[in-house]
Structure formats: C-alpha cells, structure tokens
Design a protein around this ligand. Structure first.
Ligand code: HEM
Ligand code: HEM
Length: 171
C-alpha cells in the first residue's frame, strides 16, 4: 500500500506559518526601555496583535479536529515532549500579545491598529515599566528559544529521523 502522510488541515497549516511569520516580525520590531514610550513601535504592536487574532480560530480548528494524531510510531517520550511543547507554544501565543497590550497600557502608550486606538487594559503605573512589562520582555526571549528549539526538532525529525513530521505541516 502507498505510504500516506497525515496532514494538518490546510487551514491550520496556513495559520501555523502565518503565525510563525508574525511572531518573527514582532520579535524583530520589538523595543524596550524609554524609547518605547517616546516613539511607540506601532508595527510591533500590530504584528503581535495579529498573533492573538490568528491563535483564536487556530485553537477552534484544533478542537474541531484539524490536527492529525501524533505519529504512533515515534517513542512515547518524544510524543509526550511534543504534546507538552506544543501546549507551551500555544500558551505563549496567547500570553505574549496579552501581556504586551497590558504592558503598553501600563506604560501609558496607546495601542493603535492602522490609526484606530484600542482600549487600554489597565491604568498607567508609576514608576514604569512595571512587572507585566518585564514579564513580557523576558517572555519574548524565552519564547524565541522555545520556538527555535521547536523548529530545530522539526528539522531533526525531517533530516535525522526521516519521518513525516515536517510534511504534516506542509501543504
Ligand atoms: C507574539 C507577540 C509578541 C512578541 C514575541 C513580543 C516580544 C517583545 C520583546 C522581545 C520585547 C522586549 C524588547 C527589548 O527589550 O528590547 C517586547 C517589548 C514590548 N512589547 Fe512586545 N511582543 C509581542 C506582542 C506585543 C503586543 C501585541 C504588544 C502591545 C499591544 C506589545 C507591546 C510591547 C511593549 C509596550 C514593550 C516594551 C516593554 C518595556 O519597555 O518594558 N508586544 N516585546
Ligand atoms: C514562532 C514560531 C513557531 C511557533 C509559535 C510554532 C507553533 C507550533 C504549534 C503550537 C504547533 C502545534 C500545532 C497543533 O498540534 O495544534 C506546531 C506544530 C508544528 N510546527 Fe511549529 N511553530 C513555529 C515555528 C516552526 C518552524 C520554524 C518549523 C519548522 C522548521 C515548525 C514546524 C512545525 C511542525 C512540523 C509541526 C507539526 C508537528 C506535529 O506533527 O506534531 N514550526 N508549531
């Protein structure tokens, strides 16, 4: 019988790569310190908020069965690592934009999307930057490391284990 790759749904695949792109751009456009207040990185906010916008239908699609079952042939420990790892990635995809939005509000910076101001999530705090802003900035570095390891794992599956993991996430 011909070998058949079990793919994620097309919708989830598109959302996965769009999300990775937005996270990468948000990260590249991130700034810290007093410069953020003086000259808010509006594109950092917008790409970050896009991540939040994309994760909502993605979780819906996942709950609706858009993800194939994990490769039953792979070692149980690797399957567990994938489950936990993916859960942590989803957590960051939700927590990063929300803490960023909250941090901007706490710093007294208006968050605008194409010139339209979004509501502040909290009142400005004194002195800046505040706990959530610190959490967000540190979280950004942690996220990069985790997402990087995740990408490396995908490449390890593809080139070393030579299984279908990466193909599952391609159209
Ligand atoms: C996946 C999405 C996001 C990632 C990966 C991310 C990443 C980062 C990183 C790494 C920093 C620290 C930069 C530095 O110190 O040089 C930062 C700072 C910041 N981000 Fe984000 N961010 C995201 C989403 C957002 C969103 C949606 C907002 C606001 C709506 C936001 C608002 C801010 C603010 C205000 C700071 C400055 C905090 C401070 O000065 O202490 N971020 N972000
Ligand atoms: C910021 C960057 C990234 C984020 C936030 C991210 C997030 C995720 C999440 C949450 C899942 C689990 C999907 C689910 O089961 O519902 C996933 C799966 C996957 N990701 Fe990523 N990803 C990123 C970058 C990458 C990169 C760079 C690669 C490849 C080099 C990659 C390859 C894969 C593959 C192959 C899967 C499917 C794994 C499986 O079949 O179980 N991802 N990603």
């Amino acid at each position: 019988m011909e070998h058949k790759v079990q793919h994620y749904s097309r919708f989830m695949i598109v959302l996965h790569w769009l999300t990775a792109l937005c996270v990468g751009i948000a990260w590249l456009l991130s700034e810290g310190g007093p410069a953020v207040v003086r000259n808010p990185p509006t594109w950092h906010f917008m790409f970050g908020l896009a991540v939040l916008l994309l994760v909502v239908p993605r979780i819906g699609a996942r709950l609706a069965g858009g993800a194939p079952p994990l490769d039953a042939g792979s070692p149980p420990l690797l399957q567990l690592a994938a489950k936990v790892g993916h859960g942590v990635l989803y957590l960051f995809l939700i927590a990063m934009p929300l803490t960023g939005w909250y941090a901007a509000s706490a710093l007294g910076i208006p968050v605008t999307v194409f010139g339209v101001a979004l509501p502040a999530l909290t009142d400005p705090v004194q002195p800046p930057p505040g706990f959530v802003a610190e959490l967000h900035s540190t979280g950004g570095s942690v996220f990069l490391v985790i997402a990087g390891l995740h990408g490396l794992m995908a490449l390890y599956h593809h080139f070393v284990l030579k299984d279908d993991t990466l193909r599952r996430m391609t159209l």
